[in-house]
Ligand binder design. Structure first.
Ligand SMILES: C[S@@+](CC[C@H](N)C(=O)[O-])C[C@H]1O[C@@H](n2cnc3c(N)ncnc32)[C@H](O)[C@@H]1O
Length: 377
Protein backbone atom coordinates (compact mmCIF):
# COMPACT_ATOMS: atom_id res chain seq x y z
CA UNK A 1 0.00 0.00 0.00
CA UNK A 2 1.42 3.38 -0.88
CA UNK A 3 0.40 6.07 1.57
CA UNK A 4 1.11 9.50 0.19
CA UNK A 5 2.14 12.16 2.65
CA UNK A 6 2.51 15.05 0.25
CA UNK A 7 6.23 14.61 0.80
CA UNK A 8 8.60 12.28 -0.93
CA UNK A 9 7.44 8.79 -0.25
CA UNK A 10 9.60 6.78 2.06
CA UNK A 11 10.26 3.28 0.73
CA UNK A 12 8.71 1.95 3.93
CA UNK A 13 5.42 3.56 3.00
CA UNK A 14 5.44 1.77 -0.32
CA UNK A 15 5.90 -1.64 1.15
CA UNK A 16 4.57 -1.37 4.67
CA UNK A 17 2.45 1.76 5.00
CA UNK A 18 3.09 3.95 8.01
CA UNK A 19 2.70 0.97 10.19
CA UNK A 20 2.20 -2.56 9.19
CA UNK A 21 -0.92 -2.89 11.33
CA UNK A 22 -2.56 -0.08 9.37
CA UNK A 23 -1.63 -1.75 6.14
CA UNK A 24 -3.88 -4.59 7.16
CA UNK A 25 -6.43 -2.20 8.55
CA UNK A 26 -6.71 -0.61 5.15
CA UNK A 27 -8.23 -3.77 3.77
CA UNK A 28 -10.86 -4.15 6.39
CA UNK A 29 -14.04 -2.26 7.04
CA UNK A 30 -15.60 -1.57 10.37
CA UNK A 31 -17.36 -4.44 12.03
CA UNK A 32 -21.09 -3.80 12.12
CA UNK A 33 -22.30 -2.81 15.57
CA UNK A 34 -24.24 -5.60 17.23
CA UNK A 35 -27.44 -3.61 17.44
CA UNK A 36 -29.76 -6.05 15.75
CA UNK A 37 -30.07 -3.65 12.81
CA UNK A 38 -27.07 -5.25 11.26
CA UNK A 39 -28.08 -8.83 11.95
CA UNK A 40 -28.56 -10.62 8.69
CA UNK A 41 -28.89 -14.14 7.46
CA UNK A 42 -27.47 -13.10 4.15
CA UNK A 43 -24.62 -15.49 3.44
CA UNK A 44 -22.64 -12.99 1.42
CA UNK A 45 -22.76 -10.50 4.31
CA UNK A 46 -21.66 -13.13 6.81
CA UNK A 47 -18.91 -14.23 4.40
CA UNK A 48 -17.78 -10.64 4.12
CA UNK A 49 -17.79 -10.28 7.90
CA UNK A 50 -15.80 -13.50 8.28
CA UNK A 51 -13.32 -12.15 5.74
CA UNK A 52 -12.93 -8.91 7.66
CA UNK A 53 -12.43 -10.81 10.90
CA UNK A 54 -9.79 -12.97 9.28
CA UNK A 55 -7.85 -9.92 8.17
CA UNK A 56 -7.91 -8.48 11.69
CA UNK A 57 -6.80 -11.78 13.14
CA UNK A 58 -3.95 -11.93 10.63
CA UNK A 59 -2.55 -8.64 11.90
CA UNK A 60 -0.87 -10.82 14.49
CA UNK A 61 1.32 -12.40 11.83
CA UNK A 62 2.40 -8.95 10.88
CA UNK A 63 3.13 -7.91 14.49
CA UNK A 64 5.06 -11.15 14.91
CA UNK A 65 7.10 -10.48 11.75
CA UNK A 66 7.96 -6.99 12.99
CA UNK A 67 9.08 -8.45 16.31
CA UNK A 68 11.12 -11.13 14.53
CA UNK A 69 12.81 -8.46 12.43
CA UNK A 70 13.63 -6.30 15.47
CA UNK A 71 14.94 -9.30 17.40
CA UNK A 72 17.07 -10.63 14.55
CA UNK A 73 18.77 -7.23 14.15
CA UNK A 74 19.49 -6.89 17.87
CA UNK A 75 16.94 -4.21 18.80
CA UNK A 76 15.26 -6.52 21.27
CA UNK A 77 16.72 -9.33 23.31
CA UNK A 78 13.94 -11.90 23.06
CA UNK A 79 14.78 -15.58 22.67
CA UNK A 80 11.07 -16.53 22.53
CA UNK A 81 10.01 -14.73 19.38
CA UNK A 82 11.60 -17.45 17.23
CA UNK A 83 9.65 -20.18 19.05
CA UNK A 84 6.37 -18.39 18.36
CA UNK A 85 7.22 -17.58 14.77
CA UNK A 86 6.01 -19.94 12.02
CA UNK A 87 8.71 -22.58 11.57
CA UNK A 88 10.27 -22.50 8.14
CA UNK A 89 9.27 -18.88 7.47
CA UNK A 90 12.13 -16.59 6.47
CA UNK A 91 13.27 -14.03 8.99
CA UNK A 92 11.75 -10.79 7.69
CA UNK A 93 13.65 -7.54 7.46
CA UNK A 94 11.58 -4.46 8.19
CA UNK A 95 12.68 -0.90 7.49
CA UNK A 96 14.73 0.80 10.23
CA UNK A 97 11.89 3.14 11.27
CA UNK A 98 9.57 0.15 11.77
CA UNK A 99 12.22 -1.71 13.79
CA UNK A 100 12.83 1.32 15.96
CA UNK A 101 9.09 1.70 16.57
CA UNK A 102 8.76 -1.95 17.54
CA UNK A 103 11.66 -1.51 19.93
CA UNK A 104 10.23 1.59 21.65
CA UNK A 105 6.71 0.28 22.00
CA UNK A 106 7.95 -2.98 23.51
CA UNK A 107 10.32 -1.26 25.94
CA UNK A 108 7.76 1.32 27.07
CA UNK A 109 5.11 -1.30 27.81
CA UNK A 110 7.74 -3.46 29.52
CA UNK A 111 8.63 -0.55 31.76
CA UNK A 112 5.00 -0.03 32.80
CA UNK A 113 4.68 -3.77 33.52
CA UNK A 114 7.94 -3.87 35.49
CA UNK A 115 6.92 -0.92 37.64
CA UNK A 116 3.62 -2.65 38.40
CA UNK A 117 5.40 -5.87 39.40
CA UNK A 118 7.89 -3.99 41.59
CA UNK A 119 5.22 -2.00 43.43
CA UNK A 120 4.27 -3.87 46.63
CA UNK A 121 6.49 -6.72 45.41
CA UNK A 122 5.05 -9.42 47.66
CA UNK A 123 1.49 -8.78 46.51
CA UNK A 124 0.05 -11.32 44.06
CA UNK A 125 -0.99 -9.74 40.78
CA UNK A 126 -2.82 -10.35 37.54
CA UNK A 127 -1.99 -9.34 33.97
CA UNK A 128 -4.52 -9.64 31.15
CA UNK A 129 -3.31 -9.10 27.61
CA UNK A 130 -6.14 -8.31 25.16
CA UNK A 131 -5.50 -9.54 21.62
CA UNK A 132 -2.14 -10.90 22.74
CA UNK A 133 -1.49 -12.75 19.49
CA UNK A 134 1.99 -14.26 19.51
CA UNK A 135 3.29 -11.79 22.06
CA UNK A 136 6.19 -13.16 24.14
CA UNK A 137 5.95 -10.93 27.21
CA UNK A 138 4.93 -13.69 29.64
CA UNK A 139 7.93 -15.81 28.65
CA UNK A 140 10.41 -12.93 28.73
CA UNK A 141 9.31 -11.83 32.18
CA UNK A 142 9.21 -15.38 33.50
CA UNK A 143 12.71 -16.08 32.20
CA UNK A 144 13.94 -12.85 33.83
CA UNK A 145 12.48 -14.08 37.14
CA UNK A 146 10.27 -11.02 37.27
CA UNK A 147 7.41 -13.08 38.71
CA UNK A 148 9.54 -14.56 41.46
CA UNK A 149 8.63 -12.35 44.40
CA UNK A 150 4.90 -12.54 43.89
CA UNK A 151 2.55 -14.87 42.07
CA UNK A 152 1.38 -13.51 38.74
CA UNK A 153 -1.72 -14.84 37.04
CA UNK A 154 -1.08 -14.11 33.37
CA UNK A 155 -4.05 -14.29 30.98
CA UNK A 156 -3.93 -13.82 27.23
CA UNK A 157 -7.10 -13.38 25.19
CA UNK A 158 -7.41 -13.67 21.44
CA UNK A 159 -9.63 -15.20 18.79
CA UNK A 160 -9.71 -18.97 18.54
CA UNK A 161 -7.52 -19.35 15.45
CA UNK A 162 -4.68 -17.33 17.00
CA UNK A 163 -4.96 -19.03 20.37
CA UNK A 164 -4.92 -22.47 18.75
CA UNK A 165 -1.85 -21.60 16.74
CA UNK A 166 -0.04 -20.27 19.80
CA UNK A 167 -1.04 -23.29 21.90
CA UNK A 168 0.34 -25.59 19.20
CA UNK A 169 3.64 -23.72 19.11
CA UNK A 170 3.99 -23.72 22.89
CA UNK A 171 3.28 -27.47 23.01
CA UNK A 172 5.85 -28.01 20.29
CA UNK A 173 8.58 -26.21 22.23
CA UNK A 174 10.00 -27.88 25.34
CA UNK A 175 11.39 -24.52 26.46
CA UNK A 176 8.05 -22.69 26.23
CA UNK A 177 5.92 -25.51 27.64
CA UNK A 178 8.50 -25.97 30.41
CA UNK A 179 8.02 -22.36 31.50
CA UNK A 180 4.25 -22.78 31.54
CA UNK A 181 4.63 -25.92 33.71
CA UNK A 182 7.08 -24.19 36.05
CA UNK A 183 4.66 -21.30 36.50
CA UNK A 184 1.85 -23.76 37.35
CA UNK A 185 4.05 -25.44 39.97
CA UNK A 186 4.82 -22.12 41.61
CA UNK A 187 2.32 -19.49 42.60
CA UNK A 188 1.92 -18.13 39.05
CA UNK A 189 0.11 -19.35 35.99
CA UNK A 190 -0.24 -18.64 32.30
CA UNK A 191 -3.61 -19.08 30.58
CA UNK A 192 -4.55 -18.66 26.95
CA UNK A 193 -8.24 -17.98 26.33
CA UNK A 194 -9.95 -18.29 22.98
CA UNK A 195 -12.38 -15.42 23.47
CA UNK A 196 -13.60 -12.91 20.95
CA UNK A 197 -13.53 -9.64 22.89
CA UNK A 198 -16.79 -8.62 21.27
CA UNK A 199 -18.47 -11.43 23.22
CA UNK A 200 -17.56 -9.62 26.45
CA UNK A 201 -19.93 -6.85 25.39
CA UNK A 202 -22.98 -9.18 25.36
CA UNK A 203 -25.71 -8.93 27.99
CA UNK A 204 -24.56 -12.24 29.51
CA UNK A 205 -20.85 -12.22 28.75
CA UNK A 206 -18.70 -15.31 29.32
CA UNK A 207 -16.72 -15.60 32.54
CA UNK A 208 -12.99 -15.71 31.85
CA UNK A 209 -11.79 -18.92 33.55
CA UNK A 210 -9.37 -18.18 36.39
CA UNK A 211 -9.98 -14.42 36.39
CA UNK A 212 -9.48 -13.28 39.98
CA UNK A 213 -11.60 -10.24 40.81
CA UNK A 214 -9.60 -9.56 43.98
CA UNK A 215 -6.11 -9.26 42.47
CA UNK A 216 -4.58 -5.96 41.37
CA UNK A 217 -4.89 -6.26 37.60
CA UNK A 218 -3.08 -4.75 34.64
CA UNK A 219 -4.83 -4.84 31.27
CA UNK A 220 -2.69 -4.49 28.16
CA UNK A 221 -4.04 -3.63 24.73
CA UNK A 222 -1.10 -3.51 22.36
CA UNK A 223 -2.75 -2.58 19.09
CA UNK A 224 -5.93 -4.52 19.78
CA UNK A 225 -8.86 -2.38 20.96
CA UNK A 226 -8.30 -0.06 18.00
CA UNK A 227 -9.72 -2.79 15.75
CA UNK A 228 -13.09 -2.62 17.53
CA UNK A 229 -15.79 -0.02 17.04
CA UNK A 230 -15.30 2.57 19.80
CA UNK A 231 -18.48 1.64 21.68
CA UNK A 232 -17.48 -2.03 21.65
CA UNK A 233 -13.97 -1.13 22.85
CA UNK A 234 -15.51 0.92 25.70
CA UNK A 235 -17.82 -1.99 26.60
CA UNK A 236 -14.88 -4.40 26.74
CA UNK A 237 -13.20 -2.08 29.24
CA UNK A 238 -16.44 -1.85 31.19
CA UNK A 239 -16.48 -5.64 31.48
CA UNK A 240 -13.19 -5.45 33.38
CA UNK A 241 -13.93 -2.33 35.42
CA UNK A 242 -17.11 -4.05 36.63
CA UNK A 243 -15.69 -7.54 37.19
CA UNK A 244 -12.41 -6.64 38.88
CA UNK A 245 -12.94 -5.22 42.36
CA UNK A 246 -9.23 -4.70 43.07
CA UNK A 247 -7.02 -1.88 41.70
CA UNK A 248 -7.08 -1.95 37.93
CA UNK A 249 -5.08 -0.30 35.16
CA UNK A 250 -4.87 -0.25 31.39
CA UNK A 251 -1.91 0.25 29.06
CA UNK A 252 -2.74 1.03 25.44
CA UNK A 253 -0.64 1.22 22.31
CA UNK A 254 -2.53 2.77 19.38
CA UNK A 255 -2.29 5.11 16.40
CA UNK A 256 -3.26 8.78 16.96
CA UNK A 257 -3.39 12.17 15.18
CA UNK A 258 -5.52 11.47 12.09
CA UNK A 259 -6.16 15.22 11.56
CA UNK A 260 -2.75 16.63 10.61
CA UNK A 261 -1.30 16.36 7.10
CA UNK A 262 0.30 12.98 7.69
CA UNK A 263 -2.74 11.65 9.54
CA UNK A 264 -5.21 13.01 6.97
CA UNK A 265 -3.41 11.22 4.19
CA UNK A 266 -3.50 8.06 6.22
CA UNK A 267 -7.24 8.44 6.88
CA UNK A 268 -8.13 9.37 3.28
CA UNK A 269 -6.17 6.44 1.89
CA UNK A 270 -8.07 4.19 4.26
CA UNK A 271 -11.40 5.87 3.46
CA UNK A 272 -10.85 5.42 -0.28
CA UNK A 273 -11.07 1.74 0.47
CA UNK A 274 -14.24 2.27 2.52
CA UNK A 275 -12.52 2.03 5.86
CA UNK A 276 -13.27 4.26 8.83
CA UNK A 277 -11.15 3.62 11.88
CA UNK A 278 -13.57 5.11 14.36
CA UNK A 279 -11.34 4.69 17.40
CA UNK A 280 -8.62 6.66 15.65
CA UNK A 281 -10.88 9.66 15.18
CA UNK A 282 -12.56 9.39 18.55
CA UNK A 283 -9.28 9.07 20.49
CA UNK A 284 -7.26 11.20 18.16
CA UNK A 285 -4.78 12.85 20.51
CA UNK A 286 -2.85 12.13 23.67
CA UNK A 287 -5.35 14.25 25.60
CA UNK A 288 -8.26 12.32 24.07
CA UNK A 289 -6.63 9.08 25.19
CA UNK A 290 -6.22 10.40 28.75
CA UNK A 291 -9.84 11.53 28.72
CA UNK A 292 -10.96 8.14 27.43
CA UNK A 293 -9.10 6.40 30.24
CA UNK A 294 -10.64 8.72 32.84
CA UNK A 295 -14.15 8.11 31.49
CA UNK A 296 -13.58 4.37 31.38
CA UNK A 297 -13.04 4.40 35.15
CA UNK A 298 -9.24 4.63 35.34
CA UNK A 299 -9.78 7.77 37.32
CA UNK A 300 -6.86 7.84 39.78
CA UNK A 301 -4.40 8.85 37.10
CA UNK A 302 -3.73 8.89 33.37
CA UNK A 303 -0.67 9.43 31.23
CA UNK A 304 0.13 9.38 27.52
CA UNK A 305 3.18 9.90 25.34
CA UNK A 306 3.70 9.51 21.64
CA UNK A 307 6.38 7.13 20.47
CA UNK A 308 8.71 9.96 19.44
CA UNK A 309 8.51 11.42 22.97
CA UNK A 310 9.22 7.96 24.40
CA UNK A 311 12.29 7.71 22.22
CA UNK A 312 13.57 11.20 23.10
CA UNK A 313 12.96 11.12 26.85
CA UNK A 314 15.61 9.74 29.20
CA UNK A 315 12.78 8.60 31.43
CA UNK A 316 11.89 5.94 28.85
CA UNK A 317 15.05 5.40 26.80
CA UNK A 318 18.50 6.05 28.22
CA UNK A 319 21.12 7.82 26.16
CA UNK A 320 23.18 4.62 26.19
CA UNK A 321 20.24 2.68 24.71
CA UNK A 322 19.59 5.36 22.09
CA UNK A 323 23.27 5.19 21.12
CA UNK A 324 23.16 1.40 20.94
CA UNK A 325 19.99 1.36 18.83
CA UNK A 326 21.29 4.08 16.52
CA UNK A 327 24.35 1.96 15.79
CA UNK A 328 22.25 -1.05 14.74
CA UNK A 329 21.06 0.35 11.43
CA UNK A 330 21.64 3.50 9.47
CA UNK A 331 18.52 5.67 9.60
CA UNK A 332 18.74 8.72 7.41
CA UNK A 333 15.00 9.39 7.20
CA UNK A 334 14.90 11.34 10.45
CA UNK A 335 11.85 13.41 9.45
CA UNK A 336 9.94 10.28 8.42
CA UNK A 337 10.84 8.69 11.72
CA UNK A 338 9.56 11.70 13.66
CA UNK A 339 6.31 11.72 11.67
CA UNK A 340 5.71 8.02 12.03
CA UNK A 341 6.61 7.95 15.71
CA UNK A 342 4.39 10.92 16.55
CA UNK A 343 1.38 9.07 15.11
CA UNK A 344 1.51 6.25 17.66
CA UNK A 345 1.16 6.46 21.39
CA UNK A 346 1.36 4.57 24.63
CA UNK A 347 -1.30 5.63 27.14
CA UNK A 348 -1.85 4.37 30.66
CA UNK A 349 -4.55 4.93 33.23
CA UNK A 350 -5.32 3.47 36.62
CA UNK A 351 -7.49 3.31 39.68
CA UNK A 352 -6.06 2.27 43.04
CA UNK A 353 -3.01 2.80 45.25
CA UNK A 354 -0.71 0.13 43.89
CA UNK A 355 -0.66 1.76 40.47
CA UNK A 356 -0.13 5.15 42.07
CA UNK A 357 2.96 3.71 43.70
CA UNK A 358 4.05 2.12 40.41
CA UNK A 359 3.49 4.94 37.97
CA UNK A 360 3.15 8.24 39.81
CA UNK A 361 6.73 9.26 38.93
CA UNK A 362 6.22 8.76 35.20
CA UNK A 363 5.47 11.98 33.42
CA UNK A 364 2.52 11.38 31.13
CA UNK A 365 0.80 14.71 31.69
CA UNK A 366 -0.07 17.12 28.91
CA UNK A 367 3.08 18.56 27.31
CA UNK A 368 3.82 21.61 25.16
CA UNK A 369 4.22 19.33 22.16
CA UNK A 370 0.46 18.73 22.33
CA UNK A 371 -0.53 22.34 21.64
CA UNK A 372 -1.03 21.58 17.94
CA UNK A 373 -3.45 18.74 18.70
CA UNK A 374 -5.75 21.28 20.30
CA UNK A 375 -5.73 23.47 17.18
CA UNK A 376 -6.51 20.50 14.97
CA UNK A 377 -9.50 19.45 17.07
C1 LIG B 1 -1.90 -6.22 15.62
S1 LIG B 1 -2.16 -7.71 16.47
C2 LIG B 1 -1.29 -7.38 17.97
C3 LIG B 1 -0.84 -8.63 18.66
C4 LIG B 1 -0.05 -8.37 19.95
N1 LIG B 1 -0.81 -7.61 20.90
C5 LIG B 1 1.23 -7.66 19.64
O1 LIG B 1 1.31 -6.44 19.87
O2 LIG B 1 2.16 -8.30 19.16
C6 LIG B 1 -3.87 -7.54 16.98
C7 LIG B 1 -4.37 -8.74 17.72
O3 LIG B 1 -5.66 -8.40 18.28
C8 LIG B 1 -6.50 -9.52 18.10
N2 LIG B 1 -7.89 -9.11 18.09
C9 LIG B 1 -8.45 -8.15 17.32
N3 LIG B 1 -9.76 -8.11 17.54
C10 LIG B 1 -10.04 -9.05 18.48
C11 LIG B 1 -11.23 -9.50 19.10
N4 LIG B 1 -12.41 -8.98 18.81
N5 LIG B 1 -11.14 -10.49 20.02
C12 LIG B 1 -9.94 -11.03 20.33
N6 LIG B 1 -8.79 -10.66 19.76
C13 LIG B 1 -8.84 -9.68 18.83
C14 LIG B 1 -6.08 -10.09 16.76
O4 LIG B 1 -6.55 -11.41 16.59
C15 LIG B 1 -4.58 -9.96 16.83
O5 LIG B 1 -3.98 -11.07 17.42
Amino acid sequence: MALKTGRNKHPASQQHGFNTELEYASYRTQWPEKTGWCDSNDTSESDAEAGRDRIVQQTDQDASSSRMSAVSLGYLDDPFTRGLYPPGDDVPKRYPIINRGTYIRTKAIDQLVTRFLEASPKQNKQIISLGAGSDTRFFRFWADRAFEESGVQYHELDVEANVNRKRGMIRGSSQLSGYVDQAEKGSSFYRLHAIDLRDLTAKSPPIIPGLDAELPTLLISECCLCYLPPDAAASVLQYFTMHVRAPLALVLYEPIRPFDAFGKTMVSNLASRGIHLQTLKRYSSLEAQRHRLRLAGFDTGQGARDVYQLWESNEWTSQAERDRVERLEWLDEIEEWKLLASHYCVAWGWRGDIFDEAWKDLNGARSNAEAKDHELG
